[in-house]
Write a protein that binds this ligand. Sequence first.
Ligand SMILES: [Zn+2]
Ligand SMILES: [Zn+2]
Length: 324
Amino acid sequence: MKKIISILSFLLMVVLHVSGQTNNSSIASYGFKVIPLGVKGGLDESNLSAYLVAASGNDQFICLDAGTIYKGLELAVASKLFKPVNPSSIQQQQINSYFISHAHLDHTAGLIMNSPNDNAKNLYGLASVLEIFKKNYFTWSAWANFGNEGEAPILKKYSYQNLIPKVEIPIDNTGLFVTPFVLSHVKPYESTAFLVRNQNNYLLYLGDTGADMVEQSTQLAALWKAVAPLVLKNQLKAIFIEVSFDNSVPEKALFGHLTPTLLMEEMATLNALSNGNLKNTALYVTHVKPCEGCETKIKSEIQAANQIGLKISYPLQATLIELK
Ligand SMILES: [Zn+2]
Ligand SMILES: [Zn+2]
């Protein structure tokens, strides 16, 4: 009898162990993979803000901003992140849709330049952002009208999809959901933060933004309030946020961007709202504006200001980031 009990308890342990493993692996599949196609905030037109995001285990990506597309895909193929086909084929087949934070050229040039070779797909943005595509970019004087509205003839390649602030929408075939939040990028111009969800896990990507104090805005405060509960529950896996200039740049010359000091002030606000749990969310600093020695200076200023011990990284072009 004792033998039977010990065999049964052994079997029970095996079952519990196996089911525990199954749970772990299903949690892991709710993560994200991110492939930055470009990471800088200016000058080098082959490396401007654009981030491919997919649910783990899915090969349909959404593209958050689209400063650089072709060169980023070419380098991603060279790094074996995609099968060796030409960048246009990957763009056609694996970029499901675009989410544009704001219409500045360092966030849109790759999309516009590669539009002739792309497939029909959705272009998501706030109404104020899509308006600029309709009036300024997809016109016959600036380029060609690849949109589904505006100047005739209308080529209907990109279908404009108005995003409503704080309203989550599902993205077909990706397993992802996206909620937009308005940001202030030199008042009254709007930029956008995209909160991307896969099951119960989240990733937050911010387009260009100034600090609330400088912009005399409350948009970041509202965003931090909205995501703090996710930080608290370890559901926010990563924040991608800009730092364009080093601390020596005066407020008047920031033009709606952050410095290391301003970033850390904003992060301190979010950390306080989430009971000091922000160190469990990975922080990726994006959109550094190139200048002599800037990158080194910004990195050391951020490190010096990182009193709360955040996990800070700098995304690299065509280098996979896995978030679990
Ligand atoms: Zn920018
Ligand atoms: Zn901008």
